[in-house]
Design a binder for this molecule. Structure first.
Ligand SMILES: Nc1ncnc2c1ncn2[C@@H]1O[C@H](COP(=O)(O)OP(=O)(O)OP(=O)(O)O)[C@@H](O)[C@H]1O
Ligand SMILES: [Mg+2]
Length: 585
């Protein structure tokens, strides 16, 4: 309940719909109660008193009341839908917005399928309640009060009996929804699990197939699907019992009323017309009441969903732009790592004591074994994560004092696993600058050595890639990602293993293009191949999160450390290759 109220900021702006819906509901209930009263009049004052000439008028009145009731019902329900649809529209936008600003740390823990389920299924549950359930719940309450009050006006005794029987009905409905509730939580959770399973399977289908694991995946899915089915069966088992029990109780209610009411009529404590009116009224109350379980249930589902949505909405965004960012007007970017240490939640010492100064125009090479922390350094540069100790400075200011998106705009980053959107190659390249001219796009593609292969595609730059379209080779993806990063004219270009899938010649070509282009801008090149880094102004060698060697290529070769060993191994294998090739010839 608390959770439901927490999302009130989303429905408050539409409270006018809520108020109108409720007003029409009151009017509709009024009409509902009026009809039985007309019946009473018809029996007691028209038929029993043989004033048949009044019948057409009473009939007309009944019709008018029915039409009005219908009209009010329509309006009330329409306003309810307006409330639900509009609220959920805002809610969905806010959730999506939240997803954009949650930190990468959150995403490394979150499951896509679960997030998808929250944004679709859970939001839908809220809409269901706001659109229909809430009106229905109020309607049950209102008809109950109004109906019983009118009844009490004619016969307190009969009303008391009715009240007891109806109370039983309510108790049963309440009990049912209580029993069924845990199964809803299970259902929502298994929907999320099922979604996650399907989504991961589709994303990882290549791996699945390469291992021939189709059957294994199938059985994994069966298991999840089975849990889902079981959760549904559990709840349906309870529900299937619900309606017969409610019908039976409703029926008994009528019998008791008929028996006791007939007795009162015979004793002349109640008029025949009033008994007829009682019958109409009891139907008016019992009908929606049999739905009470469903409606409460609908409410409870939306409470569960509200819980899940609040959990997401309340997740702190730990990487935020400062309230008053330091303004910097700069054309060139200087970067300093000052005694930086960093750890992800699971490991505390991913990076330690990193000191690094990068002046504009310089190229920094980063070498290190896999897992030594190379990519993590980059994450700190653009504040994907914050340092645990020390600070990263950009032009003398701690990055945490700078406007976040302005800071990020300085960088052109090619990630280790570049992501290609399912869109045209053109859209993929101009992602960072949607208004870039075609000329500029082609220039970037040329610098990234991508223009040639793109031009050879049947649809050229308009070729759709990614999910729906043509697949790209690893090296092609990397080159598109490089072109995308270059297009934004970054002050700092970061290539995180971005040329790993390219042959040495292509790599050399791209790197020399960059060298001549990035005269005032700095470049970080992370690579495993010495050949990719050796022209850098400074090369740092990372080992277990620490800088263990630094210097130029020549200096490092003389140090006889990790760099030298790596060089020897790569050099030896290269000469070995050459030797083999010449022998083969
Ligand atoms: N999101 C994350 N959450 C927790 N730990 C992480 C995360 N990303 C990386 N790590 C851990 O941090 C350490 C350094 O990882 P990093 O990605 O920086 O290595 P790397 O040097 O780039 O390796 P590679 O050459 O394989 O790309 C590793 O032990 C890794 O397991
Ligand atoms: Mg890496």
């Amino acid at each position: 309940m608390k959770d439901f109220l927490k999302i009130k900021s989303f429905f408050l702006p539409y409270k006018r719909y809520f108020i109108l819906s409720m007003l029409f509901l009151v009017a509709m209930t009024g009409m509902g109660v009026l009809a039985p009263l007309l019946l009473k009049y018809l029996v007691d004052d028209v038929i029993l008193k043989e004033q048949y000439e009044l019948v057409p008028y009473v009939a007309l009145a009944v019709i008018v009341v029915a039409i009005l009731k219908g009209a009010f019902q329509f309006l009330s329900s329409y306003m309810g839908h307006q409330l639900g649809i509009n609220t959920v529209y805002d809610l969905r936008n806010s959730l999506y917005q939240k997803l954009q600003y949650l930190s990468l740390g959150y995403y490394s823990r979150a499951k896509t399928g679960d997030l998808m389920a929250r944004l679709t299924g859970d939001v839908e549950k809220i809409r269901n309640f706001l659109s229909g359930g809430m009106v229905k719940l109020t309607r049950i309450f209102l008809t109950f009060i109004a109906g019983l009050s009118v009844m009490a006006f004619y016969s307190v005794k009969l009303t008391a009996v009715t009240f007891i029987v109806l109370g039983l009905l309510i108790a049963v409905a309440y009990r049912f929804q209580k029993v069924v509730r845990p199964s809803f939580r299970t259902i929502r959770k298994s929907v999320a699990d099922l979604n996650t399973g399907i989504q991961e399977n589709i994303m990882g289908i290549r791996t699945v197939k390469s291992f021939g694991h189709e059957a294994f995946e199938e059985s994994k899915f069966y298991h999840r699907n089975d849990e889902f089915k079981q959760a549904h069966l559990d709840s349906s088992r309870i529900w299937s019992r619900y309606f017969p029990v409610m019908e039976m109780l409703g029926g008994s209610c009528i019998v008791i009323l008929l028996g006791y009411g007939g007795f009162l009529v015979l004793n002349e404590e109640l008029s025949l017309g009033a008994l007829v009116a009682f019958f109409s009224l009891i139907w008016l109350i019992v009908n929606p009441l049999t739905d009470l379980g469903f409606t409460i249930n609908n409410f409870m589902q939306s409470v569960t969903s509200a819980e899940r949505l609040n959990e997401l909405l309340e997740t702190p965004e730990d990487i935020l732009s400062p309230q008053e960012p330091v303004y910097q007007q700069n054309n060139k970017t200087e970067i300093n790592f000052k005694d930086v240490s960093f750890g992800y939640q699971t490991r505390k010492d991913t990076l330690s004591d990193i000191n690094l100064d990068v002046s504009p125009g310089k190229t920094i090479g980063v070498l290190g074994a896999t897992g030594s922390g190379k990519s993590s350094i980059i994450q700190l540069l653009f504040r994907a994560y914050d340092t645990t100790e020390g600070a990263v400075h950009v032009n003398g200011n701690d990055t945490r004092q700078l406007h976040l998106s302005k800071l990020r705009r300085e960088f052109g980053i090619v990630m280790q696993e570049p992501f290609i959107f399912s869109a045209s190659i053109l859209d993929n390249i101009r992602y960072g600058d949607p208004y870039a001219s075609m000329e500029k796009i082609i220039d970037s593609a040329k610098l990234a050595d991508a223009h040639e292969f793109i031009s050879e595609l049947p649809q050229g730059y308009d070729t759709i890639v990614g999910e729906r379209g043509l697949g790209l080779s690893g090296g092609q993806k990397q080159r598109i990602a490089i072109a995308r990063a270059l297009l934004v004219n970054p002050e700092v270009l970061v290539l995180d293993d971005a040329t790993s899938a390219l042959d040495m010649e292509t790599e050399y070509h791209i790197l020399s293009n960059l060298k001549s282009m990035m005269t005032n801008q700095s470049t970080f090149i992370i690579a495993h191949r010495i050949s990719s880094l050796k022209n850098a102004d400074e090369i740092i060698v990372l080992d277990k999160g620490k800088i263990v060697e630094r210097g130029t290529h020549q200096e490092l070769l003389q140090q006889n450390g990790i760099y030298r060993k790596t060089y020897d191994v790569q050099h030896a294998s290269q000469t070995e290759n050459l030797r083999r090739r010449s022998r083969a010839l």
